[in-house]
Design a binder for this molecule. Structure first.
Ligand code: NAD
Length: 308
C-alpha cells in the first residue's frame, strides 16, 4: 500500500482564502480588521521564526498584528501589566504569548491573566477545562488543525481506535480530548509507556507528537492506518523531519501527513481562525449590547464557539 498524502499546505491555503473573506466582512462591519497581539520574550531563535511566520500569516489574510518584544530578564509584573493592557484594548481580539518563557516567569499565572475571550492559543485554564466538558471557547491550534485535516479527508473519527503518542499540555492531551469528544476510543502514550508498539499497532488513527525522529517505524503501524505526524525535528544536516519514518510508514498506512507541509501550516491557520472567530464574537456582542441588531442565526456556531 502507498499512503495518500494529506497535504496540510494545500488545505491551509484553501482555508486562508475563506478567512480573508471573513476578515473583509468584519472590517466592513465594525470599521477595523481583527487584531492579534503576540508577546515574544527573549532571543530564542526558533521562537523568533515561529512568531515571524505567524505575523506574516496574519498579514496575508488581513489581520492586524502587533509583536511586543521583551528581553529575557523581563519581570512577571511587566508581562502581566502588558497582558492586562491588551485585555482592555478593543482593537485586540487575540493575545498569544510565545512559549517557552524564561524559567523565572510564572507561566500558569501568565496564561491565566490572558482574557478567556482573547485566549486564541487556547492555553488558559478555562479553555483547557472546556475541552473536558465540551464547551471550550478556543481550541488549541495544533490539535484543532489535526481535526481539520482529518475532516478534510472525510476520515471517520467516531468509533475509531486512536493512539496519541505524546502527552504534552499543548498537543498530546488536548488532541486526545478533542478526538474522544468526537467519539474515538483514545489511548495516550508518553515517554514512560512500556512497549510503545503494542499500542500503536492497534491504532486506526495514529497521532504522533513526541519530538523524537524515527520514533514510529513501519512495523509499529497497522496496515491501512491514518498517520498524523505532528513532530518537528531539526536533523544534524539542517533538514526538518517529523517523528515518523515517512518512507517506511507510507508503505503501510492509508493516509499520512508529510513534515514539513502537514500539520505545521494548519497550526498557524487555526491561530488565524481563532483570532477571526474572536473578532466575530466581539462584533456580534457589540451589536447586541447596542441593541441595534440581533446576531445572525448560526453566527456563533460559524465563528467556532464549541469547536472542541
Ligand atoms: P513536549 O516535549 O512538551 O512533549 C513531548 C511528549 O512526548 C511528552 O509527553 C513525552 O512524554 C512524549 N515522548 C517523548 N519521548 C517519547 C518516546 N520515546 N515515546 C513516547 N512518548 C515520548 O513536546 P510538544 O510541545 O508536545 O511537541 C511535540 C512535537 O511536536 C515536537 O517535535 C514539536 O516541535 C512538535 N510540534 C509541532 C507543531 C506543529 O505545528 N506541527 C506544534 C507544536 C509542537
Amino acid at each position: 500500500m502507498t499512503a495518500k498524502l494529506i497535504n496540510g499546505r494545500r488545505l491551509a491555503e484553501k482555508l486562508r482564502g475563506e478567512l480573508r473573506i471573513r476578515v473583509r466582512s468584519i472590517a466592513k462591519r465594525r470599521g477595523r480588521a481583527p487584531g492579534l497581539a503576540v508577546i515574544l520574550v527573549g532571543e530564542d531563535a526558533a521562537s523568533a521564526v515561529y512568531v515571524r511566520n505567524k505575523i506574516r500569516a496574519c498579514e496575508a489574510v488581513g489581520i492586524e498584528s502587533t509583536c511586543i518584544r521583551f528581553p529575557s530578564r523581563v519581570s512577571n509584573e511587566e508581562l502581566l501589566q502588558t497582558i492586562a493592557r491588551l485585555n482592555a484594548d478593543d482593537a485586540i481580539d487575540g493575545i498569544l504569548v510565545q512559549l517557552p518563557l524564561p524559567g523565572h516567569i510564572d507561566l500558569p499565572l501568565v496564561l491565566e491573566t490572558i482574557s478567556i475571550e482573547k485566549d486564541v492559543d487556547g492555553f488558559h485554564l478555562y479553555n483547557v477545562g472546556g475541552l473536558v466538558v465540551g464547551n471550550t471557547i478556543f481550541s488549541p491550534c495544533t490539535p484543532y488543525g489535526v481535526v481539520k485535516l482529518l475532516e478534510s479527508e472525510n476520515i471517520a473519527i467516531a468509533g475509531q481506535n486512536v493512539v496519541v503518542v505524546g502527552a504534552s499540555n499543548i498537543v498530546g492531551k488536548p488532541m486526545a480530548l478533542m478526538l474522544m469528544s468526537r467519539g474515538a476510543t483514545v489511548s495516550i502514550c508518553h515517554a514512560l509507556t512500556r512497549d510503545l508498539a503494542q499500542f500503536t499497532i492497534l491504532a486506526d488513527i495514529l497521532v504522533v507528537a513526541a519530538g523524537v525522529p524515527n520514533l514510529i517505524l513501519a512495523p509499529m503501524v497497522k496496515a491501512g492506518a491514518v498517520v498524523i505526524d505532528v513532530g518537528i525535528n531539526r536533523l544534524p544536516d539542517g533538514s526538518i523531519a517529523g517523528d515518523v519514518d515517512f518512507h517506511g510508514v507510507s508503505q503501510r498506512a492509508s493516509h499520512i501527513t508529510p513534515v514539513p507541509g502537514g500539520v505545521g501550516p494548519m497550526t498557524v491557520t487555526m491561530l488565524l481562525e481563532n483570532t477571526i472567530a474572536s473578532a466575530e464574537r466581539s462584533s456580534a456582542q457589540a451589536f447586541r449590547d447596542n441593541g441595534r441588531i440581533q446576531p445572525a442565526p448560526g453566527l456563533l456556531e460559524a465563528s467556532g464557539v464549541n469547536n472542541a
